[in-house]
Design a protein around this ligand. Structure first.
Ligand SMILES: [Zn+2]
Ligand SMILES: [Zn+2]
Length: 253
């Protein structure tokens, strides 16, 4: 049995999130924390504008509407606490975290806008060192900045329109490959059970497949065959490794 790391209540619903550190969290608990953070931010903003207003037009603001220094401090401490809880959860989300841009800014502030591969100063992308589907986390030490040129050479893009060919080492996937290829060609959806190394459970995904990708890995075969597509569960574009799929079916709408 698994328990939510936030509220400590059992998690057994399909949409609970299996974090990549082996813990679980209710989707609703993440939403609740995000709302809490938003409320504190709103309260702080309101205090700031009340304070400004009271300095310029004192008659407009009742004295009791202005928070004391201590109250503002208290709000700030609450905000810091809720941010740190959320960051701790985002670290292990099995998808790109909502604070991805913030993480990128942090790394740029630390290291400059420097590509971690070629050391050139450039406009950089933020990427995972170990991809999420290989069990990598969103923690800062698994993230790297990379320039457009290096990005293209690492994440070699392949032709969208059917020119993708399987490498001999990937022949074990030929059946799934041709099923997905035909779904791409005919604008059909695919459905499969998916499990990442960090997850204990299989989850059924319905995906509109768009293209195949070979993503480099550190294993002998060198590349992981993946399909990129729109995931209906996550309501976003996601990349799925064929080796982590089971029971693949092409489905009609
Ligand atoms: Zn919970
Ligand atoms: Zn580079």
């Amino acid at each position: 049995m698994s328990y939510c790391t936030v509220c400590k209540i059992e998690t057994d619903y399909e949409y609970d999130i299996a974090l990549s550190n082996g813990q679980y969290v209710h989707y609703s608990c993440i939403l609740m924390l995000q709302m809490r953070k938003h409320e504190i931010e709103t309260a702080l903003r309101l205090q700031k504008s009340q304070l400004t207003l009271s300095l310029f037009v004192p008659t407009e603001v009742a004295q009791q509407d202005i928070a004391s220094e201590a109250e503002v401090e208290d709000l700030r401490a609450k905000l810091a606490k809720s941010e740190s809880i959320l960051t701790g959860l985002y670290d292990y989300l099995p998808c790109w975290p909502p604070d991805w841009e913030e993480r990128k800014r942090l790394l740029i502030r630390e290291n400059g806008s420097i590509c971690s591969r070629c050391d050139k100063e450039a406009d950089v992308y933020l990427v995972h060192d170990i991809p999420i589907f290989e069990g990598g986390t969103n923690e800062l030490d698994n993230l790297a900045l990379i320039c457009a040129e290096c990005y293209r050479s690492v994440y070699r893009e392949v032709d969208f329109f059917g020119d993708f060919t399987l490498k001999p080492s990937q022949s074990e996937f030929s059946e799934q490959f041709s099923a997905i290829q035909s779904a791409i060609d005919n604008n059909q959806k695919i459905q499969f059970d998916y499990k990442k190394p960090s997850n204990k459970r299989w989850m059924t995904r319905v995906v509109v497949p768009e293209r195949f990708l070979n993503i480099p890995n550190s294993r002998e075969s060198g590349e992981t065959l993946c399909v990129e597509g729109f995931c209906e569960l996550r309501q976003d574009t996601r990349v799925f490794a064929l080796e982590r799929m089971q029971g693949l079916e092409v489905i009609e709408d």
